[in-house]
Design a protein around this ligand. Structure first.
Ligand SMILES: [Fe+2]
Length: 257
């Protein structure tokens, strides 16, 4: 399996605080059947600012540490970019780094409480430069939980959607689990990732989420594609063909008199 969302680089954000934790996370990932991870530290979110050069350097250092400890895990650079103005320019100027540094896929994080009004405009600007945004853990966003039909619109305009394994298993709360389930049922989730932050509370484990997703989708093959073929295409910067999503039914209110 390939994990495209992980805070495994030490000391860059609220993920692994030091090298020991990074190595422990790597061992857990390998144990779970993960052979490749993209390191995606937070950036441009008003707290963390991790430049392309910084991420590339830290990725190189952690790769060397894996080799020294004989940990068989491939590591690639990336970042989790908070939605903000001028993201495309920031990518091309080196202020930040796309997934596997290939200027093709960007892991994009919305604020947790809302869907900002200018989001579609900013996404369109990325698309004009040939960059496909991947919405990070949309199931955890309160805006999508309340206005699920909006996710269909973002997918319709060409976004991919990443869902977090622990959301599917119910470890991140009921609302998040229900939203994750609905996303899978409507084919509005395309990639499963761990969003791992530590070896203990948020570990890099995909298998449990994939197993549950297979039940919801009624297909092991489709669930596995979300951690194999699609992430592999993202790494290679290749196009991904997604299934036609189902249009979600809008909430209706009935009043009895
Ligand atoms: Fe994350």
């Amino acid at each position: 399996m390939i994990d495209i969302h992980s805070h495994i680089l030490p000391g860059l954000d609220d993920g692994a605080p030091d090298l020991q934790e990074s190595l422990e996370m790597a061992r857990i990932a390998v144990n779970d059947g993960i052979h490749t991870i993209i390191a995606t530290p937070h950036t441009l979110n008003g707290i963390y600012l991790n430049s392309r050069s910084q991420v590339l350097a830290r990725t190189g250092e952690l790769r060397a540490a894996f080799a020294k400890d004989q940990i068989k895990l491939k590591l690639f650079p990336g970042s989790e970019v908070h939605l903000n103005l001028g993201m495309a320019e920031k990518l091309f100027s080196g202020e930040t780094v796309a997934l596997n540094d290939n200027q093709r896929y960007l892991l994009l994080e919305f604020p947790f409480h809302s869907i900002p009004p200018g989001a579609k405009q900013e996404i369109f600007q990325l698309q004009l430069k040939g960059i496909t945004p991947i919405l990070a853990h949309a199931e955890r966003n309160y805006g999508f939980q309340q206005h699920f039909e909006q996710l269909y619109e973002f997918v319709g305009m060409g976004c991919l959607v990443q869902i977090t394994a622990m959301s599917i298993t119910g470890d991140l709360g009921r609302e998040t689990r229900l939203c994750a389930q609905k996303m899978l049922e409507c084919r509005l989730a395309h990639i499963i990732a761990s969003d791992a932050h530590s070896a203990t509370h948020r570990p890099p484990i995909l298998s449990l989420g994939v197993k549950k997703a297979a039940k919801i989708l009624g297909s092991t093959e489709q669930a596995e594609e979300m951690v194999t073929a699609r992430p592999s295409a993202i790494l290679a910067g290749e196009k991904i063909v997604i299934p036609e999503p189902e249009q979600p039914v809008k909430k209706r209110w009935f009043f009895l008199f």
